[in-house]
Design a binder for this molecule. Structure first.
Ligand code: GDD
Ligand code: MN
Length: 381
């Protein structure tokens, strides 16, 4: 019939046929401000993946430079390209996981969109997975034949080595380059692990490998890390801090979340801030102790609030008027936290020589309360 005929015509076009059969490989490209790089990247993928059923999933965190729009302009003409635009969320690991979960291919690759990763390695990586002998193929800069090339500055290279050896020692990870952001993996494997992965942070590969605890068969292939062509790196001090959070959380076998650790670190910094402020109010302000102590508490709570908003909850960061409301709910939460702290300390305090036990129990109680209450009230989802 007429309709059947036209449906056949549509299916006969190569693009439709490729989509209909479903991609075998999804390339997840996390992006933040990569407007110039994405089109080049897509061209390179077309060249290198000829003969493969592939698709690319650009996961963009609403980049101000218009990466999402640029990606969609390409997607309108090129059925191999899909774009996920995330609004109100930031983070490399989370973006990668979201891209992987949006795929229905058997295999997924994660690579940087800034042309630092050598796309010509993809066919070989795919063949390793197809052979069924590996679940995960990592492009490594540290195995024989691989190099960091021009990709990292001296300082970054040193930091990267340190981070590597810490991961290898603390987490028993045998990978030569667990910081690599370039790998290909069976999608079903990631899906099994996803509930235990931390959406925060930069190190999705390390997270996957340490969470899998040796259950993945891994193959490493060498590659040379290239220099970034356009735009700039997003790896900053926050990312480094976050890495230590991930290391500790994984080291403690996920009993403690990265977020709680961050919250605790910020809390510890708050104590320092508190003592400095107290000293200033007492000496320079000549304030009475109780007033100075109260004022110092507010200084410390304010500092904790902004640090948590920057670090601990940067994926739910409050902005504008919400920051003000958040600050006041945080004051309220922490005030109750002080009561919980003193209450528990009082209960535990039996003998003068155990003052430290009572004090610690109180502090832990206060921190747990502050964390639970502020995540439910101040930074609610
Ligand atoms: N969606 C999203 N959200 N993408 C992001 C974000 C984010 O918050 N931050 C960075 N990206 C994207 C970048 O646009 C880029 O495509 C890729 O993630 C890597 O980011 P870069 O900023 O280029 O990181 P890098 O080159 O400093 O670090 C690379 O090398 C490290 C090892 O030296 C990455 O591959 C790291 O994962 C790797 O550990
Ligand atoms: Mn880069």
């Amino acid at each position: 019939s007429e309709t059947l005929q036209s449906a056949d015509d549509v299916n006969a076009t190569p693009a439709r046929a490729a989509v209909k059969s479903g991609a075998e490989l999804s390339i997840v490209l996390p992006t933040f401000n990569e407007v110039q790089n994405v089109p080049i990247m897509v061209d390179l993928l077309h060249k290198t993946l000829e003969g493969v059923d592939w698709e690319v999933i650009v996961v963009d965190d609403n980049s101000p430079d218009g990466t999402s729009e640029a990606g969609r302009r390409i997607a309108r003409l090129d059925p191999r390209v899909r774009v996920i635009r995330r609004i109100g969320r930031r983070g490399l690991s989370g973006a990668c996981v979201e891209g992987i979960l949006a795929s229905s291919a058997s295999y997924v690759a994660v690579m940087d969109a800034d042309l630092q990763h050598d796309e010509s390695l993809l066919p070989e990586m795919l063949n390793e997975l197809r052979s069924g002998e590996a679940d995960l193929v990592v492009a490594s800069r540290k195995v024989e034949g691989g190099t960091i090339g021009e990709g990292l500055s001296k300082v970054r290279a040193w930091g990267s080595n340190l981070a590597n050896s810490m991961a290898q020692k603390l987490l028993n990870v045998t990978l030569s380059d667990p910081m690599s952001g370039f790998f290909m993996i069976r999608r079903d494997k990631v899906e099994e692990l996803t509930p235990q992965l931390s959406a925060q942070g930069f190190k999705i590969l390390l997270d996957i490998v340490s969470t899998a605890k040796g259950a993945l068969r891994i193959k490493e292939l060498p590659f040379t890390f290239r220099q970034r062509q356009h735009g700039e790196s997003k790896l900053d001090t926050l990312v480094t801090l976050d890495y230590f959070g991930l290391l500790l959380a994984k080291y403690f076998g996920d009993m403690i979340s990265v977020r709680f650790l961050m919250f605790g670190l910020v809390g510890a910094s708050g104590l320092v801030v508190h003592l400095i402020a107290l000293r200033i109010f007492l000496v320079a302000g000549a304030m009475e102790f109780n007033w100075a102590q109260t004022a110092a508490s507010f200084v410390a709570m304010t500092s904790n609030f902004f640090l948590n908003n920057q670090l601990t909850y940067r994926d739910r960061r409050l902005t504008g008027i919400k920051t003000v409301i958040g600050l006041f709910t945080f004051y309220a939460v922490c005030s109750v936290g002080v009561l919980a702290n003193v209450g528990v300390a009082d209960l535990v305090y039996a003998k003068p020589e155990y003052w430290w036990l009572a004090g610690t129990a109180g502090a832990i109680m206060g921190a747990v309360w502050n964390y639970a209450a502020s995540s439910a009230l101040t930074w609610k989802k």
